[in-house]
Each structure stands twice: as C-alpha cells, then as structure tokens.
Design a protein around this ligand. Structure first.
Ligand SMILES: C[S@@+](CC[C@H](N)C(=O)[O-])C[C@H]1O[C@@H](n2cnc3c(N)ncnc32)[C@H](O)[C@@H]1O
Length: 389
C-alpha cells in the first residue's frame, strides 16, 4: 500500500509549523536556508550580520532536531558566507560527535564571474546525524557505481573485475590478523582454488610486494563457502611472472552493489543551478532565482531507506518534494516529503509576481501541484499559519 500523499505542503513560518509535527517523526531533513548573500532575491535573503543570521537559524535547527527520529539525519546547503558559522552552530545544536560530512557541491561549474576574486564554483552541504551510533545514513549509493569499473565478462555473461585476495593494506599482517594468514591451494591452469590440497593445486601463502608475509581478505570458512568466486591466475608483475589468487568481484550482487560516496559532488553527476532553473521552468516557469537541482536531493535520498519521511522547512520552489516524487516514481519507493515555506510576498515586477504568484508559498505549492500532476503521488496542502490570511 503506497504511502500517499507523497507531498505535503505547509505554508507558514517554519518556527510555527515545526512544533506541530510529531517529535521523532522525520527520518531525513534536507534544507537550504536563506544564505545571507545580500542579494535581492525573490525572498529576503539579507540579514544585518552573521549574528542576526545565526539567531534566525538556531531555534529552527533546534526545532528540526526535535522532529528527527533518533536514527535520522539533517543535510543543510550553505555557501561561503555562512559555512563557518553554520558548522559551529550545528556542532552546538547536534553535537560535534554527530558530524557526518561537509560535502563540496559544484553547483556553478563555470564559476561566478561577478565581482572580484576567484570564480567560486561550489557551495557546501553540512550533514549531521541526530545520534551517530543509530544513524541510518549510509555514506554510499547504488547510483555512484560505475559500470566501467567492471570491465570483464564471465562465460555466463555477468560483469566482474579481479580484486587481489591478498590484503594490500600493510596494517593487516600475520601479527595483527593471524587467522587470515594460512595456506591456500590454487591451479593457474584451471583457475581452481581450495583450502585443501588437490591434483594440480600448488600451495600459496599471501605476501606483500616486498616478499614480507601478508594476509588474505577472506577467512578459511568463506573460501570454502564461495570457491567459485575465486580464481588462481598467473600475472606479470614488476619482478616477473607470479601465481596469485583473485576474487571475481561481480557488478550485480544480492541487495545491490553500493559504492562509498566521495565528499565532492560534481555538477555532471547531480546537476547545476542552471539545470535546476530549467527543471523549474519546465514545470512552473522561471519564477525562482536559485533553486537546487533535484539530482542533489536525490543523491542525499539515496543514502537513506526508500520509505523515508523527508522534511524541507525552507522549501523555496519545492525541489525536495519534486526529488522525492522522482525517486518514488523511479524505484517504487514510499518516501513522503513535508515542505514548509513562509508566505513572503514575491517582489513586484519579478517573474513570479508577473505570473500571478504573489508569495513564495504560492511558488512552492504551484510546483508541488505540477509534480503531482506529472508524476502522481498527490499533494496535501495545509494552510495553518496566520501570515497567509
Ligand atoms: C534558499 S531558498 C530555498 C530554495 C530551495 N532549495 C529550492 O530549490 O527552490 C530559502 C527559502 O526559505 C524561505 N524562508 C525563509 N525564512 C523562512 C521561514 N522562517 N519559514 C519558512 N520559510 C522561510 C524563503 O522564502 C525561501 O524560499
């Protein structure tokens, strides 16, 4: 039974709305607060100074923490103007020990050409767990797997690569991991590997490149269990030919293959501000200045289970809700997204205003309605804040 609606929108100040959500009911917060750039965007993105910005953010981060489940996490977009302040503020609210990552997001690949100095081409996402030991966030994704890393094809058509069975990390050796130093038998002609002697099998022990004793990555019982995933081969190294044992590491494996996510996310992987503007334009129009690309949010979604309850308390043009619907449509997931945005008036003469969208909340709602129309999943709108009457 799919959890519908996929999207819920609350128009109002998030400080009023957040306390109305059930404590512990949210798995993931992704949000993109005003950046304090001093630019005149559709919404008021200007604070007198860092202290004013921090004072605005502190109670809101506390309120986000309240609604997070113990296994949940929060991801916040931020640029150079406030990253240092936000990092300290999040240390204060969530605790330094719950720090997950400071990710560099390359949203402007050409670089900012205005003003003096460097052509800034990135901003950040700061990620903190509610409680690190129970956090469900996996710093890995199925999307990050590159098929080109698996260049070989087996007789039955499955893609794979060879990995040395020998542990190449010097920290692991017969002293630190004695149970992983044992003799295996391998036949480089047939490829067969076993823990006990057989005809044609020669004894092999793991050694480092310099000849010192090493250890295997697999225990003896694991070799007995999966001998067909191992292969004895002759390889040509710097010091001539040698016989060694390799694991056949399959591209497809049960439960899906995951790859650790690096902390630099490129525009070619997740999209850019330009692609984000195009995404919004296709649904509603060019009615918001700096939306985030759905690819950024989808990558964050890929680190949590596909039934996550997601919250974006500074929803802007509704990118997070759009990304949730795209992810559900793509993988059959049952994620739900709660978006909040205040009903700040849009600037007179702006595209949004000319399009009849009098407030930023109108923009959020218009996009989420268009998303429901296009992808399904429905939209529930909650108008509960006095500032929209
Ligand atoms: C940087 S924008 C978010 C953009 C969004 N990530 C997107 O892709 O469109 C920040 C948003 O927060 C909203 N906002 C600012 N203060 C707010 C508050 N106290 N409560 C709710 N929304 C607020 C602004 O109206 C603005 O739309």
């Amino acid at each position: 039974m799919p959890a519908e609606p996929w999207n819920t929108f609350h128009a109002g100040d998030n400080l009023d709305v957040l306390p109305r959500l059930a404590p512990g009911s949210v798995d993931l917060v992704y949000t993109d607060p005003p950046y304090n750039t001093g630019n005149d965007f559709v919404y008021a993105d200007r604070f007198r100074d860092h202290a004013a910005w921090t004072a605005m953010m502190r109670p809101r981060l506390v309120a986000m923490r309240e609604v997070l489940a113990p296994h949940g996490a929060v991801f916040v977009s931020i640029d150079d103007n406030e990253v240092a302040h936000l990092r300290l503020l999040m240390d204060e609210v969530f605790g330094e020990t719950n720090f997950l990552a400071q990710i560099v997001v390359n949203l402007n690949p050409k670089g900012r050409q205005l003003g003096r100095g460097f052509a800034t081409s990135h901003e950040y996402v700061l990620a903190y767990a509610r409680h690190l030991p129970s956090c469900v966030v996996e710093g890995s994704s199925t999307e990050a797997v590159d098929e080109a890393d698996f260049p070989l094809t087996s007789a039955d058509g499955r893609r794979f690569r060879y990995l040395p069975l020998r542990n190449t990390n010097k920290k692991f050796n017969p002293v630190t991991a004695p149970t992983l130093h044992f003799e295996l038998y391998g036949d480089p002609v047939t490829g067969r590997v076993a823990t006990t002697p057989f005809d044609g099998g020669r004894p092999l022990t793991p050694v480092f490149g310099d000849g010192r004793p090493a250890v295997w990555r697999w225990s003896r019982p694991l070799v007995d269990e999966r001998p067909d995933d191992l292969e004895c081969r002759v390889i040509r190294g710097r010091s001539g030919e040698r016989v060694d044992i390799f694991q056949r590491d399959w591209l497809e494996r049960e439960g899906g293959r995951r790859k650790k996510l690096r902390t630099i996310w490129l525009a070619e992987e997740i999209g850019s501000t330009d692609t984000a503007v195009a995404e919004l334009k296709a649904l509603v129009g060019h009615v918001f200045e700096s939306p985030k690309p759905t690819g950024l949010v989808r990558r964050i979604l890929s680190t949590v289970p596909d039934d996550a309850v997601v919250l974006d308390p500074f929803a802007g043009s509704g990118t997070t809700g759009h990304a949730v619907a795209l992810a559900n449509a793509a993988d059959g997931g049952t994620r739900r997204c709660i978006s909040i945005n205040s009903a700040e008036p849009t600037r007179e003469g702006s595209n949004a205003h000319l399009a009849g969208l009098a407030t930023v909340a109108d923009i959020t709602r218009a996009r989420l309605a268009a998303v429901a129309e296009q992808l399904g999943g429905g939209l529930e709108v909650v108008l509960e804040s006095p500032d929209i009457r």
